[in-house]
Design a protein around this ligand. Structure first.
Ligand code: UDP
Ligand code: MG
Length: 323
């Protein structure tokens, strides 16, 4: 029998939180009104996470897991989970208990009202550094300004999705998976459930500053063409400046001797300015071309080294072993 509810949790070196995570998630699963499965996606953890996951799978038949051959990143782990889940209702949450599983029944309540996407929206981030809060705050607002889709601010991947939405997401071939963005892009009836974000239960943050920055750049490039137009605007701006200079020099020449001459500094500034503008524009082009390259290569999104608990054949990827 297929489960009604599926929970997806990406896991990367979370051995300290897994026991507590299981305790809280299982408590919520026991109270649901239908059968539930818990899909744990091990994103190439290097600690004891996979051992703990295997043990949980033996203890509790509702638990299935996937394990990646290496670390492919959070968004890819969630994507793999989406590919494999079987429930009618799918919930994605983080492993570190920053997304309280106790909110799931409220989300299901909204789903019953007819919403196909219910995303959790943070009202507060407790005890995260002011730098992280500031970066997150400004990023979500910049993204909203630039993107073609309206991605709700202060939402993460914590959400509930109907089977119909999951099928649409799975059918999207693109490799750059910014789940929050894709989720907003597909449309359907969406609503928010507010919650206060708790601090991480244990362990280190797995998103380093570099990974977060990459995710931010990826999300902007995947959902906006505005940066590409930047070259046009900067070019027009530089042309305007040049015209102004020409007019000024002409005016000085005509108004007699003793007029100020353009010296070395002015030339150096102009050359450096133009050089900088050109390099930035090439960089932006490079970001887009790099993504085209990624798409064209068409490598699999992830490689599985192990999977267990799935009844249906899971042989969509050649290197995957069934167990
Ligand atoms: N994660 C992952 N792969 C990674 C980095 C993180 O699967 O390369 C998982 C991690 O185990 C956690 C979730 O993604 O379940 C969010 O990570 P984290 O809590 O470190 O990030 P933040 O709270 O800053 O979003
Ligand atoms: Mg976290």
């Amino acid at each position: 029998m297929l489960p009604k509810y599926s929970l997806i949790i990406p896991i990367y070196n979370e051995s300290e939180t897994i026991p507590e995570l299981y305790r809280r998630v299982a408590a919520v699963m026991n109270r649901l009104d239908g059968a539930a499965e818990l899909v744990l996606v091990d994103d190439g953890s290097r600690d004891r996470s996979l051992d703990l996951i295997r043990k949980l799978h033996q203890q509790d038949e509702r638990i299935c897991y996937l394990s990646f051959a290496r670390n492919f990143g959070h968004q890819t782990a969630v994507t793999a989970g989406l590919n494999f889940v079987r429930g009618k209702v799918v919930v994605i949450l983080d492993a570190d208990l920053q997304d309280p599983p106790e909110l799931i029944p409220d989300m299901i309540q909204q789903w019953r009202q007819g919403y196909q996407v219910v995303y959790a929206q943070r009202t507060q981030r407790r005890r995260e550094s002011w730098f992280k809060r500031f970066m997150a705050y400004s990023f979500y607002r910049i993204l909203r300004g630039l993107a073609d889709v309206n991605i709700p601010t202060d939402t993460g991947d914590f959400c509930l999705m109907d089977r119909q939405v999951v099928d649409v997401l799975n059918a999207m071939p693109e490799r750059n998976r910014y789940i929050r963005g894709l989720r907003a892009w597909v449309g359907f009836k969406q609503t928010a459930v507010k919650f206060e974000r708790d601090p991480r239960f244990a362990g280190e943050v797995k998103y380093t500053f570099r990974k977060s920055l990459r995710l931010a750049i990826n999300s902007i490039i995947s959902f906006s063409r505005v940066p590409l137009q930047l070259a046009t605007y900067l070019g027009l701006f530089a042309a305007g400046l040049a015209l102004l200079m020409v007019l000024l020099v002409l005016y000085w020449r005509l108004s007699g001797p003793g007029s100020p001459l353009i010296g070395f500094t002015a030339i150096a500034v102009a050359v450096l300015f133009l050089g900088a503008v050109q390099l930035v524009c090439i960089g932006i082009l490079g970001e887009y071309i790099g993504r085209i390259y990624e798409e064209v290569k068409g490598r699999p999104l992830y490689i599985l080294r192990e999977a267990a608990g799935f009844t249906q054949p899971t042989d969509c990827f050649p290197t995957h072993q069934k167990s």
